[in-house]
Write a protein that binds this ligand. Structure first.
Ligand SMILES: *Cc1c(COP(=O)(O)O)cnc(C)c1O
Length: 405
């Protein structure tokens, strides 16, 4: 069968075909190589593999054919030279940062990060003598001030978890590059479908594949994408020797998840947009944050760097924590969970779960009030979700329907 150069294919096609390597059996579905090791035809072949004279799979901690298909498909989709898949999203963040950083280096990060990313920057890196500085991600003057000092690496997340604050990726990349830093973008909330960080100047892009890429709540996974030289010389030796490798079985499920990624993200984004508009019309809701709505404080930036508002909506109940809890408990379709990017809609109360550990002061700085709820919109019919939200809000006792005096 003749093959088409993959770079000429569009994303929807790459999601189905990118990176596929058929075995001589000619299977249609990607083969699952559930094996830890590989055998050689001879001791000479083993020797030639280890000297690098020939390419042969050695051990699944280093590389595996199913994992390689996932890595190639993700790299083609993202427009990256190279990709390494990892066991979790946090393994991806950790590997990307620790493979590159040395004692004495400096890291600047946006404050609004996923909880464990915040821990790596605030707690882990300083243990190794790495200076870390947090800035308000939406404040370009703060980025400019922090990046006036030579810096090694920048970590940012846009839109951020949980309040969907944006960072001007292009502007921060320009400042970071002038400061000597590589920019790492955690693109989980936008997904590969709605934002292309490399086109905006990013050097490294990270995913938790656990979220939309699996998208069906089954497995954990992560990915780091970047330039060939950096991946070969810096990232790969780190992964090879420290072992955050992904199971071939999980990689296989993620390959199947990628096949429907565009369909799922587009459908959930259309539903999230309808749900956000509906929430904004309800008197019990004091504020809706959705990058696809004109009242988002950074709507112009969202239009510039994203092609959709995302599958997540943040909102605040006028009645505070009691109202947020009552609403979450009363919903019948939308379950209470700290996960996101699932085909099932999920609601989180960040102040008491995902962002409990950062403390009240830091939450206030990030705009996470006690009435805030983060909704991860799934693949249900929008009308059913809206009905569920309405019945939950209408069941709120009267004093909870508005702000306390
Ligand atoms: C979930 C998540 C991670 C961590 O991914 P895991 O797969 O849970 O390790 C990192 N960043 C963001 C934005 C996430 O949502």
């Amino acid at each position: 069968m003749p093959t088409i150069p993959p770079k000429s294919l569009r994303p929807a096609t790459l999601l189905v075909h990118g990176g596929t390597e058929r075995t001589p059996y000619g299977e249609t579905c990607e083969a699952l190589f559930l094996t830890s090791g590989f055998v050689y035809e001879s001791a000479e072949q083993a020797e030639a593999t280890f000297t690098g004279e020939i390419k042969h799979y050695q051990y699944s901690r280093f590389a595996n054919p199913t994992v390689a298909m996932l890595e190639t498909r993700l790299a083609l989709l993202e427009g990256a030279d190279a990709c390494r898949a990892t066991a979790t999203g946090m393994a991806a963040v950790h590997a990307a940062m620790l493979s590159h950083l040395r004692t004495g280096d400096r890291v600047v990060a946006s404050r609004a990060l996923f909880g464990s990313c915040h821990w790596i920057v605030s707690t882990l890196l300083p243990r190794y003598g790495i200076t870390t500085v947090f800035v308000d991600g939406a404040d370009l003057a703060a980025w400019a001030e922090a990046l006036a000092t030579p810096t090694t690496m920048v970590l940012l997340e846009s839109p951020s978890n949980p309040m969907l604050e944006l960072v001007d990726i292009r502007a921060v990349c320009d400042l970071a590059h002038a400061s000597g830093a590589l920019v790492v973008v955690d693109n989980v909330f936008a997904t590969p479908m709605l934002q292309k960080p490399f086109e905006l100047g990013a050097d490294i892009v990270i995913y938790s594949c656990t979220k939309h890429i699996d998208g069906q709540g089954r497995v954990l996974g992560g990915a780091v994408l970047g330039r060939q030289k950096w991946v070969d010389d810096v990232l790969t030796p780190f992964i090879r020797n420290t072992g955050p490798s992904i199971s071939p079985f999980n990689a296989w499920l993620l390959l199947k998840g990628l096949e429907t990624l565009a369909l799922r993200v587009n459908a959930a984004t259309a539903t999230a947009s309808a749900v956000a508009d509906h929430l904004a019309s309800r008197p019990e809701i004091s504020r809706v944050l959705y990058p696809g709505r004109t009242d988002h404080p950074q709507y112009a930036l969202a239009q510039k760097q994203m092609s959709g508002g995302s599958t997540l909506v943040a909102f605040e109940l006028a009645g505070g924590k009691a109202a947020a809890f009552a609403m979450m408990n009363a919903m019948r379709l939308v379950a209470v969970s700290n996960n996101l990017g699932d085909s099932k809609s999920l609601a989180t109360h960040p102040a008491t779960t995902t962002h409990m550990r950062i403390g009240a002061e830091e939450r206030a700085r990030l705009g996470i009030s006690d009435g805030a709820v983060r909704l991860s919109v799934g693949l249900e019919d929008a009308a059913d979700l809206i009905d569920d939200i309405d019945q939950a809000l209408e069941g709120l006792p009267h004093p909870m329907r508005q702000a306390a005096e």
